[in-house]
Structure formats: C-alpha cells, structure tokens
Write a protein that binds this ligand. Structure first.
Ligand code: AMP
Length: 301
C-alpha cells in the first residue's frame, strides 16, 4: 500500500471544558498520519520551521511515517492554531491561526512518493490541493477535506478541485454551506453533482453519512462518554478510513462501509485526550475491539 498525506504539522493551543493544552503537537497531517499508521505505512508531506521539536519528528517516524516529504524552513516558524470548544463539542471556535511557514508552501511531491495509490489532501487552500493533484498518478484514489474559510474566500478554486477528487470528507455545517441546502440529505446529493464520486458528511457525535452514485450508508458515532478534546477528530476519521482502504488495497462498497466504521472508531479514541495523548496508549487490537462493538450496537436479532 502507498498512502500519502499533504497538510499541516502544527502546534495547537486548545481550551475545552476538560482543561487547556498549550503548544501541543497537532495539525491535520499529524492526526491523519498517526491514525492511518495503525493500519500500515504512511508518506507525509508538510512544512515545518526550525522550532519543530525533534521528539515530535521522532514520534511520527517511530510510527512508520515516512518523512521524506517534510520540508524544513530553517528561518521559519511552524504553523500555529488556537481554538476553544464550549458546550457544543462539535464546533471549534478558532481564536488564532498563524500560517507561518505554511503560507508560502508549494508542495513538491518527491519522486519516491509520486506513485502513491491513496492520496489525502488535508485541509489547505484549494489551489495547493490542486497543485498536489497535478503531481500524483491519475489512477490514485484521491480524498480531500476543506473548511468554511475556503468555501467563503476561494470558491472557484474549491469547485475546480472538487471535480478532480474521488471523495470529499466534510462536516455537516460545511456540507450545508457548500450546497446552500439546510437538509443534509439534499446537501450530500447536491455536492455529488459538483464532481466527486462520493461524499462523506461527518456529524460529530451523531455519526456520518456516505453518499455515492451507487449507494447510501449511515453510521452512528462510537459512544464516548467524555469528549476531552475534539481537535483532530476529522483528520483521525480520514486517517482511519484511508489507512484501512490502503491496507485492503480495494475501494468498493464493502471496503468503504468498513472503512467508515474504522474511521469513526479511530476518531473516538482521539477525542478522549488532548493532542495524540490517547493514540499513544492504544494498539490496533483496541481499534478492532471497538469495531466489533460498533457492529453489535447496530445489529438486530
Ligand atoms: P480537525 O479538528 O480534524 O478539523 O483539525 C484540527 C487540526 O487542523 C488542528 O490540529 C490544527 O492545527 C489544524 N488546522 C486548523 N486550522 C487550519 C487551517 N486553516 N489549515 C490547515 N490546518 C488547520
């Protein structure tokens, strides 16, 4: 399997009802690659500054994440994000975003990564996502994330990149915004018309929908009593989903259904602590246990 992710490595400062974590390792590509590493090797492309801590680099490398596409800007500062969650743990309030080295990042896919069969374009400017698509194989299974910011300020570029990917993974609010529809079902179907072959709409603690031209699938979220920090849940979902697909090396209805459950289960671990705290405590066997539980929760006699 060859799974590539392009996105942020970051230091996050996060406040939730459970407490505060300052300058902890985060970033979309971090969560994605750690989540996917439970299933197999991952290739990572990102940019960091001189302030990126060596132990964080080692943490990812130790998980089998190939850092051959990690660019270091010796004069630069790593991406920073600060956010807060209150009451509704599904919605982050962004307090601060500092793009820093990410502002001028022009991702160049290294030659050994160009044959990647599975590609995840984490949340980043749509033009940057398009630039990566230009450099990978046309046969790759391509998946993208996006956010309200790009729907607002880069709609044309976003529409263009949507037409080039196989799967879009977004949250419910963004799906409504992108489609201009308040019904999530209408929104999912309308986005399919905009280009991707499939759309996954995440609904936080309420699970997720998958829309494709062939089938519709819905899953609940794994029931977690205390969500400590939801940061990275979306990227962990995508990492679990794509890690599983790449490990099976097959994308069809059956593998996509199982991958949705794996994505959801991996995200359920991520939200149980700040940063990668919970991921560091678990192994693949615990993911498989929760996967089986999910099957039992939705089975009928
Ligand atoms: P998620 O909670 O899965 O949507 O992703 C949270 C992660 O995305 C955090 O660790 C942030 O560092 C990172 N992030 C926040 N804002 C942005 C942005 N504008 N572009 C790229 N990454 C971001």
């Amino acid at each position: 399997m060859s799974l590539l992710v392009v996105g942020t490595l970051a230091y996050d400062t996060v406040e939730t009802p459970s407490g505060k974590a300052e300058e902890v390792l985060g970033g979309a590509a971090t969560y994605f690659s750690y989540a996917a590493s439970f299933f197999g090797p991952v290739r990572l492309m990102s940019v960091i500054g001189a302030d990126f801590r060596p132990e964080d680099r080692e943490l990812l490398a130790g998980r089998g994440v190939d850092l051959g596409g990690l660019h270091v800007e010796p004069e630069g500062r790593t991406f920073r994000w600060a956010g807060r969650y209150e009451g509704d743990m599904n919605v982050a309030e962004t307090l601060d975003t500092q793009l820093n080295v990410f502002a001028d990042y022009a991702p160049k896919v290294p030659e050994p990564f160009a044959d990647s069969r599975y590609v995840f374009l984490a949340n980043s400017p749509p033009a940057m996502q398009a630039h990566v698509l230009d450099q990978v194989s046309d046969d790759a299974f391509t998946v993208m994330d996006t956010m309200n910011l790009w729907i607002d300020i880069a709609r044309e570029e976003l529409d263009a990149v949507l037409q080039r990917v196989d799967l879009l993974i977004i949250n419910d609010q963004e799906a409504r915004m992108l489609a201009g529809e308040s019904s999530l079902i209408k929104a999912g179907r309308a986005i399919l018309e905009q280009g991707p072959n499939a759309v996954i709409v995440k609904k936080g603690e309420h699970g997720a929908f998958l829309f494709s031209r062939e089938f519709f699938y819905a899953i609940p979220a794994y029931p977690v009593e205390t969500v400590v920090d939801p940061t990275g849940a979306g990227d962990s979902f995508a990492g679990g989903l794509m890690g599983y697909l790449a490990s099976e090396d097959r994308v069809d209805e059956a593998s996509l259904r199982a991958a949705m459950l794996y994505g959801s289960v991996v995200a359920s671990f991520n939200v149980q602590d700040f940063s990668l705290g919970r991921f560091k405590e678990i192994e693949r066997a615990q993911i498989d246990e929760r996967f089986q539980e999910m099957l039992r929760f939705t089975a009928h006699p």
